[in-house]
Design a protein around this ligand. Structure first.
Ligand code: AMP
Ligand code: GLY
Length: 424
């Protein structure tokens, strides 16, 4: 069969690497892809939100399955677009329809969903421009720190953790009255701050049954020791030692099953991935957020621990027989180190030539923000490469990924050398 992956980051590179190995895969296309995805398939320069362009490609190349990487096309309704089109409606899309994608697309929707289905999450209230005064009063009674979340997608910037009441009131006003995040902050969720260690849990569902993929931990801050500004993610490891069988049983019983059942009760047919961002507080899982897609850079580590045919699992989602499929997970440890551009996550350097990838010894170099410039591979994004290795134990995996990252060079390159430091 012919398969199309939508997206261009490290996550989609890892998907492409895994999908290309499947016995089911004849031709693989990636739209738009990056300089690295051409190793696994054919790049087509179409934006992930250009639904008409995607349609033309799907019909021209006789695509039989579409795997959606990022949230934006899902929240904008790419799956609904397929179902509403006579020529596309029988071509399966892995990724929820717009209604289900609201789990990520609207923080207020996801909080109401969790409340309705008794899924553990931080206490919250939602405010709009009309109820700003109530919001300011509520903040005065809420504990500190307090978390403000723009309701809609805000390119990963819509969550603010405020340490003082003054800061919280200023920010709530900026979000609601001055549209700090545009339409995304026309509603704001104000939520209790949770302490603990974060964990990314991934579930695949066909709308009825589900499979739990390997869990991972993501390192979001730019600086070593988890300091400095937030980024898209600087590295990941899988498995995560504290997420042992007893912990994952709690997650399954208290979060995963109520989520899958809740979607069914609400009449939402959900076919795709659910990424559950958890806070582990003293051994208890609390949901911080849902995403309607896989995580990046978690996917790079997760794909390397799935030993079964990934396309077979995708077909289970598409055809509604996921319960008949087997998922084989490697007991080894995968570690990913993300190499970023100088200046990231602020203004960052671009168009720098990347050298040394041929010197990498025992990792896969997944590309993210890269393009071709003649025969050179150059940097074009903030997150440039994701270096992923699999080793018998966590220490060796972290060492190998870091050593391999240091074999690569471009002007201004930076990566954290302490991924996993808190877990060893
Ligand atoms: P999100 O955009 O929802 O992924 O939130 C970004 C980050 O903010 C999360 O990964 C957490 O690190 C942090 N965060 C969000 N909500 C909370 C909360 N209730 N308590 C503590 N940290 C939070
Ligand atoms: N790694 C976090 C995310 O993909 O949102």
């Amino acid at each position: 069969m012919n398969i199309l992956i939508l997206g261009s980051g490290g996550r989609e590179s890892a998907f492409a690497w895994k999908v290309a190995q499947s016995a089911h895969c004849d031709k693989l296309f990636i739209a738009p892809g990056n300089a690295g995805t051409t190793q696994y398939g054919t790049n087509v320069n179409i934006k992930v939100t250009d639904f008409e362009g995607i349609k033309a490609l799907v019909l021209k190349e006789d695509i039989n399955l579409v795997l959606v990487g990022p949230e934006e096309p899902l929240v904008k309704g790419v799956h609904d677009f397929f179902l509403a089109d006579e020529q596309l409606k029988n071509i399966p899309v892995v990724g929820p329809q717009q209604e289900g994608a609201q789990l990520e697309g609207s923080k207020d929707f996801s909080k109401q969903f969790m409340e309705r289905h008794n899924i553990p999450t931080a206490a919250y209230r939602t405010f709009t421009k009309d109820t700003l005064q109530d919001g300011l009063t509520y903040l005065a009674t809420a504990g500190l720190p307090v978390v403000l979340k723009a309701d809609g997608l805000a390119a990963g910037k819509g969550v603010l953790i405020c340490l003082s009441l003054e800061e919280a009131q200023t920010e709530l006003t900026a979000m609601l009255a001055d549209a700090k995040f545009g339409e995304a902050s026309s509603r704001v969720v104000v939520e209790q701050f949770l302490t603990g260690i974060e964990l990314s849990v991934f579930v695949m569902t066909d709308g009825n049954s589900y499979k739990i993929l390997p869990e991972a931990k993501d390192y979001k801050r730019i600086g070593e020791g988890d300091t400095g500004l937030n980024t898209g993610g600087m590295g990941s490891i899988s498995p995560v030692p504290f997420a042992d069988a007893a912990y994952m049983k709690k997650v399954e019983e208290r979060v995963i099953i109520p989520t899958i059942e809740g979607l069914k009760k609400d009449g939402i047919l959900y076919k795709g991935f659910i990424f559950i961002g958890l806070m582990n507080s003293n051994g208890e899982p609390w949901v911080i957020e849902y995403n309607c897609r896989m995580g990046d850079p978690e996917t790079e580590s997760v794909m390397r621990r799935i030993d079964s045919d990934f396309v077979d699992l995708l077909l289970g989602v598409a055809e509604g027989n996921l319960n008949e499929k087997e998922i084989i997970i490697s007991p080894k440890t995968a570690a990913t180190v993300v190499m970023v551009a100088g200046g990231y996550p602020g203004e960052y350097l671009k168009n720098k030539v990347i050298t040394g990838t041929e010197n990498v010894r025992d990792s896969i170099v997944f590309h993210a923000g890269t393009s071709m410039d003649g025969n050179d591979v150059i940097t074009t994004g903030g997150r440039v490469l994701a270096i992923t290795t699999v080793q018998d134990d966590m220490f060796s995996a972290l060492q190998q990924a870091t050593a391999d990252a240091s074999r690569i060079y471009y002007d201004g390159m930076y990566f954290r050398k302490d991924i996993g430091f808190d877990l060893l």
